[in-house]
Design a protein around this ligand. Structure first.
Ligand SMILES: [Zn+2]
Length: 382
């Protein structure tokens, strides 16, 4: 099936989708032996009887069993999929076999893909594509065999601190500020990464900076984060000197931000931040070797990938949590998707309500599970 070298050597073309015309999407399906068969079936009003298809492949049968969900729009085969986040019915383009590698390269390996794990990669595919068996072997194997991911996912043997759970009730109530690096200096002179994360929504921004002087950190935080998202009630940092400096403390005071920090005796108290930064750090370190001198150019794309992917603990994307809507990503096919709104009149307000409601409880439950998991891991390593 997939050859590792093939994955690495295939050129990555970000605008692949946008360069395709509806006719090409149609033709690609007609060139696929299974999909063209389904298209032929869908032309007739009757679903084929079982005896007519029983001798065919498992994939034929998978499509056949979803007869009602398959629909042909302007000659192109789609599957209806209800997005439980937005309650919209989306149309997934039924992806021909020949295009799967390319889609995986875009949604997993490319700078917009960010080498996210199996679950998140699947979630990104689901918003756009479908093919029989997509959620089982193919994608999982792709992620498992991805050399970048393998390199990064070696088990770490250092013990992790126990996670302390902070209950926060709304976006921007508590924001964490952290510094990664030093990493390879880029052409632009950046050597560190400042990561700002909102506890409630897990919305995160990362900025490449040349140094971590208090002035640099304060400027970035103010100009790039606070000016866009507003003032946080509380900022949590570690013990770094730039955070304990007079300048930083004065800035927080001036802006009326409550500043907390890790106690030197309990540096692990920001468990959430460490975990989150590990995800971001993972993503960054997979790219730095490939983009030694210009990783900062890719950083915004990585962060976009992170924010637009379903967060394991929340079951929502950080984007949705922060803004109440999903962002449109650049890799959607140019084909006009006909989105059928289940409730066209549903006001955005209602959406917001749903947006806030479910988060409290399930999030706390999962937080509890995460904590248990961390406790277990700790015991395992001890
Ligand atoms: Zn990967």
């Amino acid at each position: 099936m997939l050859d590792e070298n093939e994955i690495e050597e295939t050129p990555i073309v970000t605008n692949w989708f946008n360069n395709k015309t509806p006719d090409e999407f149609k033709q690609a399906q007609l060139d696929d032996p299974i999909i063209s068969q389904i298209l032929t079936w869908k032309k007739s009003p009757e679903k084929p009887k079982w005896p007519e298809i029983s001798h065919l492949s498992q994939h034929h049968k998978t499509y056949w069993s979803q007869w009602e969900r398959l629909t042909v729009v302007e000659g192109i085969l789609y599957r209806k999929w209800e997005n439980t986040t937005t309650n919209d019915i989306n149309l997934q383009y039924v992806l021909p076999c020949a295009d799967r590698n390319r889609v995986l390269l875009l949604l997993h390996n490319d700078q917009l893909g960010g080498h996210l794990g199996f679950k998140r990669t699947i979630a990104r595919i689901r918003h756009r594509f479908y093919w029989a068996g997509y959620n089982t072997s193919f994608v999982e194997r792709w992620c498992k065999r991805c050399t970048e991911c393998q390199k990064r996912n070696q088990p770490s043997h250092h013990t992790r601190g126990q996670m302390k759970s902070y209950i926060v009730g709304e976006p921007m109530e508590r924001v964490s500020l952290d510094i990664l690096g030093p990493v390879t200096r880029t052409y632009k002179g950046n050597k560190y990464v400042i990561v700002v994360t909102d506890y409630f929504t897990r919305y995160a921004e990362a900025y490449g900076v040349p140094d971590i002087e208090a002035q640099t950190v304060a400027d970035k935080l103010l100009e790039e984060f606070i000016c866009r998202y507003g003032l946080p009630v509380q900022i949590h940092t570690d013990q770094g000197s730039q955070f304990t400096s007079d300048l930083f403390i004065q800035m927080c005071k001036k802006l009326n931000i409550d500043k907390t920090r890790n106690s030197p005796f309990h540096p692990q108290s920001s468990g959430l931040v460490e975990r989150l930064n590990r995800t971001i750090e993972d993503m960054i370190s997979k790219f730095v070797p490939k983009h030694q001198k210009d990783w900062d150019q890719y950083l915004p794309y990585l962060m976009m990938a992170y924010r637009s992917s379903v967060h394991e603990t929340l079951g929502e994307t950080p984007c949705f949590m922060m803004m109440g809507r999903e962002v449109r990503l650049p890799e959607g096919p140019k084909v006009k998707f006909k989105v059928v709104h289940v409730n066209r009149l549903k006001p955005f307000q209602g959406n917001m309500k749903r947006w806030y409601q479910p988060v409290g409880e399930p999030a706390q439950n999962t937080r509890f599970q995460v904590r248990n998991k961390l406790d277990r891991e700790q015991t395992d390593h001890d």
